[in-house]
Write a protein that binds this ligand. Structure first.
Ligand SMILES: Cc1cc2nc3c(=O)[nH]c(=O)nc-3n(C[C@H](O)[C@H](O)[C@H](O)COP(=O)(O)OP(=O)(O)OC[C@H]3O[C@@H](n4cnc5c(N)ncnc54)[C@H](O)[C@@H]3O)c2cc1C
Length: 417
């Protein structure tokens, strides 16, 4: 069954697909989007806890430094479409923006929905059809991608095809990894997709006892044997399985194969105090209530859920009287508060990951045009590409910048590889 001919087909109506379509249309491209969900931007709607941290208002070098792997591949894309360009585009589409701590950019309304609506309205205004269809395979003829075939057997032909199907995390949003199969069909190498920006599981079960507790202003340090792999200050959430929260998610992006149990994390619950200062503080509390019970006094220093684990790790009974506590026992408590140890046993599943690490190898994509180096007429944008960033708006910026490059280059005459 043949369908209408367009010069550009975009597979996937997420952040990257919608942005690429608008860019291409502005440059004269006649495109359509094939999206399997009823509406575009299902994942976009849940970004930034429903607020959408759409970019990070920083310079190109800072952007690259926030991409732990393959950052250099994105240099050209970031140069062509910077965070300021993205901000300007959304402001022009009628979404006022604000910049918060860490240069994170959000809509003033704090509604991710506004970002989706802006894209949806712009697509409508530009006359870009969004067809609800699940693509089953690419059409490849004589080494060139010439269209796509949908699950209902319809064939869509085009000169250029963009794969913007996302990764494989949060599959309920539609990102189920279909694009990897299409890329493989065209001869591409897929770097194994693994979870990133994902909670971590730990051997210790005291986290379960304190599950739901958010530790604010703590320092999380992660060592691989003696090498410090991650060190930052912020929030850690204790979960039944281990740890989550912003610091943990960022840490997960730098750990290689955490399932091999080679990482130990330490939570410093009083990062503003040195060990000596903390010891002096504890001593003051003890002197003020010499007949007191250890557990009761520790309540002044930490949430109650942590008293039992701190005492257990320090080898001290929480019901001990202060009057009988030795200097060594006090020192053990200080050391534990400054470095609560947790052995990492793995990550949560990819379903819970904010982002997929891995995807189409960047070695096989032209960094200036996002065109396949293997199959002409085929382009890539967004999370399907093997490049991912930390939290802070960097992943959507990757999606927008790569989409912009693809959108422009798909409207130009063939050159390029
Ligand atoms: C909970 C959560 C919060 C996040 N918060 C942020 C944040 O605040 N800031 C940030 O920068 N990043 C954030 N991210 C990451 C960001 O959402 C993604 O990096 C970004 O959405 C990737 O865009 P994309 O267009 O490449 O893929 P997606 O948004 O995943 O879009 C892919 C689209 O392709 C469609 N599709 C897939 N297969 C087919 C097929 N066979 N046929 C037709 N259509 C298909 C899907 O239905 C989907 O709509 C968050 C992610 C999650 C899960």
């Amino acid at each position: 069954m043949e369908a209408e001919h367009r010069n550009i087909i975009i597979i996937g109506g997420g952040a990257a697909g919608a942005f690429a379509a608008l860019t291409a249309a502005e440059n004269g491209g006649k495109c359509l989007i094939l999206e399997k969900n009823e509406h575009i931007g299902r994942k976009l709607r849940i970004t930034g806890k429903g607020r959408c941290n759409l970019t990070n208002n920083c310079d190109t070098d800072t952007l690259i430094s926030k991409i732990p792997r393959n950052g250099r591949f994105l240099y050209s894309a970031f140069a062509k479409c910077s965070p300021l360009d993205v901000m300007e585009r959304f402001e022009t589409m009628g979404v006022p923006l604000k910049t918060e701590r860490g240069n994170r950019v959000f809509p003033v309304s704090d509604k991710a929905e506004d970002i989706c609506s802006a894209l949806k309205n712009a697509l409508k205004k530009t006359g870009i059809p969004v067809i609800r269809a699940r693509v089953k395979k690419l059409l490849i003829e004589n080494g060139r991608c010439t269209g796509a075939v949908t699950a209902d057997g319809k064939i869509y032909r085009a000169e250029k095809v963009l794969l913007a199907t996302g990764g494989v995390s949060y599959p309920v949003t539609g990102s189920t990894g279909d694009g990897y199969e299409f890329a493989k069909q065209a001869g591409h190498t897929i770097i194994e997709p693994v979870p990133s920006l994902v909670p971590l599981e730990t051997k210790e079960n005291w986290c379960a006892e304190a599950a739901g507790l958010t530790l604010k202003n703590v320092r999380l340090t992660i060592f691989e044997k003696n090498k410090r792999r991650y060190d930052d200050q912020g929030e850690v959430m204790l979960m039944a399985y281990g740890i989550s929260g912003p610091l943990t998610l960022s840490a997960s992006a730098v750990l290689k194969e955490p399932s091999k149990e080679q990482y130990t994390a330490f939570i410093d619950m009083k990062p503003a105090l040195t060990e000596q200062q903390l010891d002096a503080r504890i001593l003051r509390e003890f002197n003020d209530s010499k007949n007191g019970i250890l557990g009761n006094i520790l309540r002044k220093l930490m949430p109650p859920q942590l008293i039992a684990p701190v005492c257990s790790i320090s080898g001290v009974q929480p019901d001990l009287r202060i009057s009988v506590l030795t200097k060594e026992q006090r020192s053990a408590i200080v050391k534990t508060i400054k470095a609560m140890p947790l052995h990492i046993t793995g990550t949560r599943s990819i379903d819970e990951a904010i982002i997929t690490r891995g995807g189409v190898s960047v070695k096989e994509i032209n960094a200036k045009t996002m065109e396949s180096k293997i199959c002409s007429g085929l382009y890539f944008a967004g999370e399907i590409i093997d490049a991912d960033g930390y939290t802070g708006g960097f992943n959507l910026q990757i999606a927008f910048s790569t989409a912009y490059c693809a959108g422009i280059s798909m409207t130009q005459a063939d050159d390029t590889n």
